[in-house]
Design a protein around this ligand. Structure first.
Ligand code: MSP
Length: 511
C-alpha cells in the first residue's frame, strides 16, 4: 500500500490580506494532513501564493509599489497565517521563486514540443478578477457594464496576439478519463457540472498575454508572459522539483493524492490542469475535491463585496481551536455554509466546553479521588462497556476519510461524546463503591474513550487534544491510530494527571 500522501491547498492571490475563505481551505487541508500523519502516512502538504498576472500587477500599481515588493509583503501575511492557523504544511511555495519559473517553462516547452501550443490571436472577454476568459454566452450586461454571469466580476474586451493550447483536442480523452476514474472529481454534483461543461465542447485556450509583463516569460518569445493559470497550476509540480522526475519528492508524491479547492476554481483544476498534464504525458492527480463557500449573509465572502470576516479577529477573541472546530463542524463539507459568531459561541459552549471539556475533567477528577490516580487494573467488561468501545471501527473511519466524508467524521465524534457522557451518568460509578470492579471498569472504559476521541479530535483541534492527552502523558508523536487497533487499550496502573480546563464557556448576551 502506498503510504505517501500529498495534499495541496490552492495557492492564494496576495492581492489583499487573507480572509476566512482562505483560512477555511487551509484548515480543511491541515485536517486531512494531520489525520494521515497519525495514521502513519508520509505526508507532503503544500500551500503558497499565486503572484503573477494582471490582477496582481494592477493591485500593485494602485499602491504604487513594484509588483514583487507588493507580493513580498502580502505573501508574508499568508505565511504568517499558516503559523497562526497551526498548519502543518511542509512547504510554502511562491510563484515568483526560481524553482517555480523553471518548472513552468519546462512544462511549456514540453507542451510546445508535443505540438499542443501554437501562435494565433485572441479576441474575447477577459475577467481580471477571475483571471479567466469568457465566451459571449457567459457574459451579461448589467447597468451598462459587462460582467461574467457566474462570478459577477467585470470583464473587459481583449484583442491581442496570443499562444493557444489545443484544449479542443483533449475533449474526448478528458471525458474518457472522467469515465474511467469515477473518483477523480468530487463531490458528485461538481463532477456532473464538469462533465456537462466538457461535453458542450472545448475551445482552444489562450495561454499567453502580450499586453503586460508581470509573469513568467514564454521560452523563446520574450514578448509574451505565460497565462497566470498555467503558471499557477504548475505549482503543484514545481514544489516537487519537476522537471527532475528522478527527484525523491517527485517520485514519492506525484501524482498528488488530493488537490483541495473551492468550487469557483473547479474548471481550472478539473479541465485545464488535467488537459495540460495529459498533453505533457504526466500522470494526473488522484482527486480534485471542491468544497463550498463560506457565506456571509447569502453571499460569498470576498474583498470586492466588502463582507469579509477576518480570521485573526475571531482567533483573538475565541482562540484558534474553537474556530477550527466550528468551521469543520458547521460548514457541511462540500456545501456552502453560513457562519456567525452566535453559532460559534453555541458550538464552544455545548460541544467543546460541555461535551468534551467536561467529560475530561469529570473522569479525571473521579479517577484521582476513587482509583488512587491510576488507570484501574481490576476490570471486567460488560456489554454496555464493550458497546461503546467497539464503536471505534478504524477501518470504517479511514474509508470515510479517503472519501472526504468529513461530515461522518465529525458526527461520529459528536455522537461518541454524547454517548460517553450519558454512559458515565447512567452508570453512576459514584454509587458503586461497594463493587470496585464495576467502578473500575466504568472509569477504565470512559478514560479509554477519552483517549480515542482525543486522537480523533487531534486533526481538528490539535492544541486542545494534546492538552487532553496530558491526562495520560501522551505526547504529539505518540498519537498514532495504530495504538488504538485490536483492542489495544490503556495500560493499567499508569498514573493519570489532572489537566486545566480545556474551554471556557462564553457568557452569551441573551443568556
Ligand atoms: N490563485 C487562485 C488559485 C490558484 S490554485 C493553482 C485563486 N486564489 S484565491 O485567493 O482567489 O482563492 C483561493 C481559494 O480560496 C479558492 O479555493 C477559493 O475557492 C477559496 N475561497 C475564496 N473565498 C472563499 C469563501 N468565501 N469561502 C470558501 N472558500 C473561498 O483562486
Amino acid at each position: 500500500m502506498d503510504k505517501n500522501f500529498y495534499i495541496t491547498t490552492p495557492i492564494y492571490y496576495p492581492s489583499a490580506k487573507p480572509h476566512m475563505g482562505h483560512a477555511y481551505s487551509s484548515i480543511i487541508a491541515d485536517f486531512f494532513a494531520r489525520f494521515k500523519r497519525i495514521d502513519d502516512f508520509n505526508v507532503n502538504f503544500l500551500t503558497g501564493t499565486d503572484e503573477h498576472g494582471l490582477k496582481i500587477q494592477r493591485a500593485a500599481e494602485k499602491k504604487n509599489i513594484e509588483p514583487l515588493k507588493f507580493c513580498n509583503e502580502i505573501s508574508q501575511t499568508f505565511r504568517n497565517l499558516s503559523k497562526i492557523l497551526n498548519l502543518t504544511n511542509t512547504d510554502f511555495i511562491r510563484t515568483t521563486e526560481d524553482r517555480h519559473k523553471l518548472s513552468v517553462q519546462s512544462l511549456w516547452s514540453e507542451l510546445k514540443k508535443n505540438d499542443d501550443i501554437y501562435l494565433s490571436k485572441y479576441s474575447g472577454w477577459y475577467s481580471v478578477s477571475d483571471e479567466a476568459f469568457y465566451n459571449d454566452d457567459e457574459v451579461e450586461e448589467i447597468d451598462g457594464k459587462k460582467q461574467a454571469k457566474l462570478s459577477k466580476s467585470f470583464v473587459e474586451w481583449m484583442d491581442e496576439e496570443s499562444y493557444f493550447f489545443r484544449l479542443s483536442k483533449w475533449q474526448k480523452p478528458l471525458l474518457d478519463y472522467y469515465n474511467k476514474n469515477p473518483e477523480f472529481i468530487s463531490p458528485q454534483a461538481r463532477k456532473n457540472e464538469v462533465i456537462s461543461f466538457v461535453k458542450n465542447g472545448l475551445k482552444d485556450l489562450s495561454v499567453s498575454r502580450k499586453s503586460f509583463s508581470w509573469g513568467i516569460k514564454v521560452p523563446e518569445d520574450d514578448n509574451h508572459v505565460i497565462y497566470v493559470w498555467l503558471d499557477a497550476l504548475t505549482n503543484y509540480l514545481s514544489a516537487l522539483n519537476y522537471p527532475d522526475k528522478s527527484d525523491i519528492l517527485y517520485k514519492n508524491f506525484w501524482p498528488a493524492s488530493i488537490h483541495l479547492i473551492g468550487k469557483d476554481i473547479l474548471r481550472f483544476h478539473a479541465v485545464y490542469w488535467p488537459a495540460f498534464l495529459l498533453a505533457a504525458k504526466i500522470p494526473l492527480p488522484k482527486k480534485i475535491y471542491s468544497h463550498g463557500w463560506i457565506l456571509s449573509g447569502e453571499e460569498k465572502m470576498s474583498k470586492s463585496k466588502g463582507n469579509i470576516l477576518d480570521p485573526i479577529d475571531i482567533i483573538d477573541k475565541y482562540g484558534l481551536d474553537p474556530l477550527r472546530y466550528y468551521l469543520i463542524k458547521e460548514v457541511s463539507f462540500g456545501n456552502d455554509g453560513n457562519i456567525s459568531q452566535d453559532k460559534l459561541e453555541d458550538c464552544i459552549n455545548s460541544d467543546l466546553a460541555n461535551n468534551f471539556g467536561n467529560l475530561c475533567q469529570r473522569v479525571t477528577a473521579f479517577t484521582i479521588k476513587n482509583c488512587k490516580g491510576k488507570i484501574p487494573s481490576e476490570i471486567n467488561f460488560e456489554k454496555s462497556d464493550l458497546k461503546l468501545l467497539d464503536k471505534f471501527d478504524l477501518n470504517l473511519i479511514r474509508e470515510k476519510i479517503d472519501n472526504q466524508d468529513v461530515n461522518f467524521y465529525i458526527d461520529f465524534i459528536v455522537n461518541s461524546l454524547f454517548e460517553t457522557n450519558k454512559y458515565f451518568n447512567d452508570q453512576e460509578p459514584w454509587k458503586k463503591k461497594d463493587n470496585l470492579v464495576r467502578l473500575n471498569t466504568i472509569v477504565y472504559t470512559t478514560l479509554e474513550i477519552v483517549r480515542r476521541i482525543s486522537f480523533m479530535l487531534y486533526p481538528i483541534i490539535p492544541e486542545s487534544a494534546l492538552k487532553a492527552l496530558q491526562i495520560f502523558k501522551i505526547s504529539e508523536k505518540e498519537i498514532k491510530f495504530s495504538t488504538l487497533s485490536n483492542n489495544n487499550y490503556l495500560k493499567a496502573e499508569s498514573n493519570i494527571n489532572m489537566i486545566d480546563i480545556l474551554f471556557k464557556k462564553i457568557e452569551k448576551k441573551n443568556d
